[in-house]
Design a protein around this ligand. Structure first.
Ligand SMILES: *Cc1c(COP(=O)(O)O)cnc(C)c1O
Length: 314
């Protein structure tokens, strides 16, 4: 970061920012990409550009844009949210459900549905992976109905590693995608929002409007480039989550087997369980009535064993 070549990204771009954006666009299979300070801002920029005020957008129940972005899709982007049920499995609405929500008619008083917002992996469902064929069917159903498609791919790298496919295989049929360089990849700050050249030109304006234009951003982009070098290492996080889940199950916990690096555990009383964990020096967060553990590069294999050891004793 300290050695990064920098310019002024608000004025006439920063070379390290441009390098990061070009590399990410290539990985995601889009024409261009734009660095943004957070995933939330990336999603908001996409939704603000796709939606007119009062348009309905569809997203799987529990999607980050519905539950963890403080209503910004409605408050700032002007969208009417519609949560789709998980009839194809946790975090997964079927393509038929998307189809049923499109083409409501052209009467003057019909609500307009204009956007499908997908999420891969689905965070709230426990880091659930949507495979390429299922993703493509959802995107095709939306496009057939005249909808645009945004993919909240904050965790798309985890999905790609879990499936053994390139990230671009998971963006087929989308207009825009947001992907985080923070979290599992370890950058202290930064996401990208990606799409067509025209979209990125507009996105840059919206980012500025939201206060997300930064000047010598190369310092931050350099961390993003390091993050992209670490994608393959996510497999270790997935292995640690699997080991944690197995160990917790052996201790009698009601565990949902993880697909990536998120382990959900069903407990009778979440608050009590969190307090008990904290007494043992183990941190977790509540997630939709369950406990959520996350493994990442700063939690080692021996840390996982230590967690299991402490919980076995308590
Ligand atoms: C973390 C996350 C975001 C938001 O990213 P921030 O950088 O925390 O704003 C969006 N969507 C999903 C699925 C996430 O997991």
């Amino acid at each position: 970061m300290s050695a990064a070549e920098v310019g002024d990204d608000v004025l006439d771009r920063d070379p390290t920012m441009r390098a990061l954006e070009a590399r990410t666009a290539h990985l995601l299979g889009t024409a261009d990409a734009l660095w943004v300070p957070s995933g939330t801002m990336g999603n908001l920029i996409a939704m603000a550009l796709h939606l007119q005020r009062g348009d309905r957008f569809l997203a799987p129940r529990g999607a980050h844009v519905l539950t963890h972005e403080l209503g910004s899709a409605a408050w700032l982007a002007g969208g009417m949210p519609e949560a789709l049920p998980w009839d194809a499995g946790p975090g997964r609405p079927p393509a038929d459900t998307v189809r049923a929500h499109t083409g409501a008619g052209t009467r003057f008083d019909a609500l307009r549905t204009t956007l499908l917002c997908l999420e891969n992996t689905h965070n709230g469902a426990g880091g659930v992976v949507i495979p390429p064929h299922e993703h493509a069917q959802l995107a095709a159903a939306a496009r057939d109905g005249g909808l645009r498609v945004h993919l909240d791919g904050a965790r798309i790298w985890n999905a790609a590693i879990a499936l053994g496919v390139p990230p671009a295989a998971l963006t087929v049929g989308v207009d825009t995608v947001q992907a985080c360089l923070s979290k599992g990849l370890g950058a202290p700050v930064g996401s990208v929002v990606a799409g067509s050249t025209e979209f990125i030109a507009e996105a840059r304006r919206t980012r500025k409007m939201l206060g997300g234009g930064v000047r010598q951003g190369g310092v931050l982009a350099a961390a993003g480039i390091v993050a992209l070098d670490r994608i393959d290492e996510l497999a270790e996080d997935h292995d640690k989550a699997t080991r944690l889940a197995e160990g917790l199950a052996e201790l009698g916990w009601d565990v949902t087997p993880p697909q990536t690096n998120i382990v959900l555990v069903t407990v009778p009383d979440v608050r009590l369980a969190l307090a008990r964990l904290e007494d043992s020096g183990v941190l977790a967060v509540p997630m939709e009535g369950r406990l959520r553990f996350v493994t990442h590069r700063n939690v080692s294999k021996s840390d996982v064993e230590e967690v299991l050891h402490r919980l076995g004793r308590s």
